[in-house]
Design a protein around this ligand. Structure first.
Ligand SMILES: Nc1nc2c(ncn2[C@@H]2O[C@H](COP(=O)(O)OP(=O)(O)OP(=O)(O)O)[C@@H](O)[C@H]2O)c(=O)[nH]1
Ligand SMILES: [K+]
Ligand SMILES: [Mg+2]
Length: 416
């Protein structure tokens, strides 16, 4: 039996099974099996991370962050790319105008954001309809999915759900945090299950449900710790391990074609913004929202006794590698991390100016940072350091003298 048939079989069984407390455990097992099969189908055996990238889709990563434009055909993705970047992507009134991945650069507040225009996708894209697979693989590589929707289309929310479903089916999780669960695999000893909060969504016996999901994924020995009241699906996500937690901004385009009441309604939905690219309505706000969602943080570095470099900030991202002083050092050079002594920080993250901070300090946008490396710090402590060196030298010299004296004595005795 092929993977597709197996999936069908499990889906049928799930729809036959009534949802209640007693079947919770059984459904959990089925869900785990389904998740495993789907990831095999979509990402190849073993659930590879990158997925397929056919010709015209392997665009190199560039800039400080990456945004993918995802949407049905003819919602205005290419028009948008041409409007906010320097690239001109062909736009037209017929579907599937765009057939490959087209990159552009959005320069905003001293940062460079790579925006990728993509072919439109339709239901079934993830399992290979059209260029769906390639498009979705690109979406997986992005820091932000900008989901472009046509505000005038009937069934708008249905479209949105279809797109969300396609992205979720390849393991993407939109606008949510990874569940706080750790699973440490071991060589022996079986599964040890612990939770720090009551588990109300994993059936009457959460440990048994968890054990079964682990077994389905051939994990027989592990230390499990749940620190959140997770659902069965969230637990499966952690077991599968290849989920990608991405931010998603819904951009409703073509608002020139709907009423003000309708616009108001759309604009009030979570993670949503409205615009008309053709009529240049609300475009500045969209760009601002993109920037906010990427969590970009500009850090101005400075040397001792000099003014900070305001021209070229080091750009960190809250959603990628974080904005700690450690990330900053890593970003600049490996030497900086090796020789790190402490940092002086001015700006929003500092309690006073400057604040002396360690590697774990979290920086905020537009902070100024001066990293003090060990050599500089040690020079400050010169007196101590030098006398310590002297002490060791003296001891060494004394030992050496004693040894040579002894040698001389022995030689003298022999000569006599
Ligand atoms: N009324 C209106 N039409 C728009 C707006 N933005 C784009 N369009 C039109 O929508 C049509 C499709 O635009 P495209 O940019 O080609 O759409 P796309 O999403 O890139 O389409 P595919 O590449 O085919 O998937 C064009 O005729 C645009 O002129 C808008 O704000 N209002
Ligand atoms: K089009
Ligand atoms: Mg297009």
């Amino acid at each position: 039996m092929g993977i597709k048939e197996k999936i069908k079989e499990i889906e049928d069984e799930m729809s036959r099974t009534q949802k209640n407390k007693a079947t919770n455990y059984h459904l959990g097992t089925l869900k785990a099996k389904l998740a495993k099969l789907k990831s095999e189908l979509l990402l190849g055996e073993g659930g590879g991370k990158s997925g397929p990238s056919g010709p015209g889709f392997d665009v190199a990563r560039a800039g400080d962050a990456r945004v993918a434009l995802i949407g049905f055909p003819s919602v205005g993705k290419s028009t948008l790319l041409s409007s906010i970047t320097e690239t001109k992507s062909e736009a037209a009134g017929y579907e599937f105008t765009t057939l490959t991945c087209i990159p552009g650069n959005l320069y905003h507040k001293g940062t460079r954001i790579q925006v990728l225009d993509l072919p439109g996708i339709i239901e079934g894209a993830a399992s290979g309809k059209g260029r769906g697979k390639e498009v979705i693989a690109v979406a997986r590589s992005a820091d932000l999915v900008l989901m472009v929707l046509d505000a005038q289309k009937e069934g708008l929310q249905r479209h949105r759900e279809i797109l969300e479903g396609e992205l979720e089916s390849v393991g993407m999780r939109l606008n949510c945090e990874p569940p706080d669960i750790s699973i440490l695999q071991k060589k022996a000893g079986g599964v040890r299950f612990n939770n720090t909060v009551p588990l109300t969504k994993m059936g009457p016996d959460p440990a048994k449900t968890a054990l079964n999901i682990l077994k389905t994924n051939k994990i027989m020995n592990a230390e499990v710790l749940c620190r959140c009241d997770c659902t069965v699906d969230e637990f499966i996500d952690v077991v599968m391990g290849n989920r990608k937690y991405v931010r998603c901004l819904y951009a409703y385009n073509k608002i020139d074609t709907i009423s003000i009441e309708e616009i108001d309604q759309l604009a009030r939905m979570p993670h949503s913004t409205v615009m008309s690219v053709n009529n240049n309505l609300n475009m500045d706000y969209l760009v601002e929202q993109i920037w906010e969602y990427l969590g970009l943080t500009r850090i101005y570095t400075k040397r001792r006794g000099q003014q900070p470099d305001l021209e070229e900030p080091v750009v960190l991202s809250k959603i990628r590698k974080g904005t700690s002083v450690k990330s900053l050092c890593n970003n600049v050079s490996s030497h900086m991390l090796r020789d790190f002594a402490f940092a002086l920080v001015w700006g929003r993250s500092a309690k006073h100016a400057p604040q002396r901070c360690g590697l774990s300090h979290m920086l905020e946008d537009q902070d100024v940072v001066q990293v003090m490396t060990k050599t500089v710090a040690q020079q400050k402590k010169d007196k101590n350091y030098q006398s310590l060196v002297q002490e060791f030298d003296d001891k060494y010299k004394k030992k050496k003298k004693a040894a040579s004296d002894l040698k001389k004595k022995k030689v003298g005795k022999l000569q006599r």
